[in-house]
Ligand binder design. Structure first.
Ligand code: FAD
Length: 415
């Protein structure tokens, strides 16, 4: 079998996105996914303008628009009192950053990427291929799968998620459990309590918890994500973040939040993990992208989007290597360009997501008063906290209103 240029371990949003980006810039790619089919969980996803702009460049935006919703506002409320504290005008955000703010079902994005990938002659897609190991030689890398298959390429990209097998070969760290757990899922819109505004993304912030709600699939489904800090986790229980704890955590919230909780699916829950930002994602002929490279808490609603940006950056860096043998020094230089574009920014998003979660989840009365007062007094046309993330700001738009915040104190969007 001919030597591939790039082998990608993992066919999630990050892996498929990178394959499409690379193929569009002339790089031959093989994607190895361990599951029997390419699939996503039954929940929603937010895509901010920094991501939709890029999806437009590979023709995927047009494919997802009919299945998406363009919310009018991103609204922050106090989950106990129900008070609306502030909002981000998402129509303005489109004009300011040159891309729509979309909410959609994860499967709809994955399907669009899969269709795009299937339309590319330079992409080979394999399911039921669990990457278990590789041998890194000076000239090439040979990847081994659990089913006995072997493939040889010039570069192996680990797009294998939070618990990445490939990452272990580059960085000796472990995922960090935040002690928070998420319950999520999309339900038919008819089941939704009509008090929720159906054209907003709503974030209800409470002590050690939050709830996010928004419509997906052109308004046919309503996505809800309830996230809370588990006391059971702190007590060291094996089975923590249980449905009973979910009910207890939300029982003291305002009625609009309480009525949402029974409609959450309870058969699955997601403990929330991230990792510290890494100093590099690359070693020899292997590199990382997406959650394998920079898993983050979901409070900025950027994990999948940042994974897609990795693919775009790789597609700028790798084609310069041409169709030859991709010598190690040349590959190292190209991957240096990739990291130069992505490493610091993705690390900033990882760090900022933690800060944002801490602000949402304050549980001391004085801190809550202060948070709410800061949110209330925000000028709704002030975008300085999101310009660094959603930007660049288009010409003719109002300049950023306040000085840029230092890295680590940025406080934008929800998941
Ligand atoms: P994954 O989605 O984990 O995909 C990895 C793939 O690799 C999987 O298909 C897996 O089966 C496969 N795989 C794993 N190991 C192997 C192996 N050894 N061999 C072959 N295949 C393998 N992001 C946003 O942008 N917007 C949001 O609104 C948002 N909301 C979120 C809400 C919640 C509650 C959570 C938990 C996350 C949210 N995220 C959001 C983050 C987003 O879901 C992730 O960042 C994104 O899915 C990462 O994509 P990925 O392809 O890197 O990894």
């Amino acid at each position: 079998m001919a030597t591939d240029q790039v082998i990608i371990a993992g066919g999630g949003i990050g892996g498929l996105g990178a394959a499409v980006h690379l193929a569009r810039s002339g790089v031959r790619v093989r994607v190895l996914e361990r599951s029997p089919e390419f699939a996503e969980v039954g929940a929603g996803l937010q895509l901010a303008p920094n991501i939709t702009r890029m999806l437009d460049q590979i023709g995927v935006l047009d494919k997802i628009l009919p299945r998406s919703v363009r919310p009018r506002r991103l609204v922050f409320r106090n989950a106990e009192s129900g008070e609306e504290l502030t909002h981000l005008d998402l129509t303005d955000a489109h004009a300011r950053y040159g891309g729509p703010y979309l909410v959609l079902h994860r499967s709809d994005l994955l399907q669009a990427l899969l269709e795009a990938a299937r339309g590319e002659d330079l992409i080979s897609l394999h399911t039921d291929h669990h990457v278990t190991g590789f041998t890194d030689n000076p000239d090439a890398i040979t990847v081994t799968c659990a089913n006995g298959a072997e493939f040889t390429g010039r570069l192996l990209l680990g797009a294998d998620g939070l618990h990445s097998t490939i990452r272990k070969e580059i960085i000796t760290d472990e995922p960090l459990c935040s002690g928070y757990v998420a319950y999520r899922g999309a339900v038919p819109i008819e089941q939704v309590d009509r008090r929720a505004a159906l054209d907003d993304v709503c974030v209800w912030m409470g002590p050690g918890m939050h709830l996010v709600q928004y419509p997906v699939r052109a308004g046919e489904l309503y996505n809800q994500v309830a996230v809370f800090r588990s006391q059971e986790y702190l007590e060291g229980k094996q089975d923590w973040g249980t449905p009973e704890e979910l009910d207890r955590m939300y029982s003291g919230m305002c009625e609009a939040v309480r009525v949402a909780i029974p409609s959450l699916q309870r058969n699955n829950r997601w403990p929330m993990y991230d990792r510290e930002p890494a100093a590099t994602w690359t070693k020899g002929r292997i590199s990382l992208l997406g959650d394998a490279a920079h898993p983050m808490l979901q409070y900025l609603a950027q994990g999948a989007g940042q994974a897609l940006l990795d693919g775009a950056a790789l597609a700028k860096a790798l084609p310069a290597l041409g169709t030859g043998s991709w010598s190690l020094p040349a590959l190292g230089e190209a991957l240096g360009g990739y990291e130069g574009e992505r490493l610091a920014l993705a690390g900033r998003v990882q760090s900022s997501a933690r800060v944002w979660g801490d602000i949402w989840h304050v549980d001391q009365p004085v801190a809550t008063l202060l948070r709410d007062e800061v949110f209330r007094s925000r000028d709704i046309h002030d975008y300085h906290l999101v310009d660094w993330l959603y930007g660049p700001v288009r010409e003719g738009q109002a300049p950023t209103r306040a000085p840029a915040t230092p890295a680590g104190s940025d406080v934008p969007t929800p998941a």
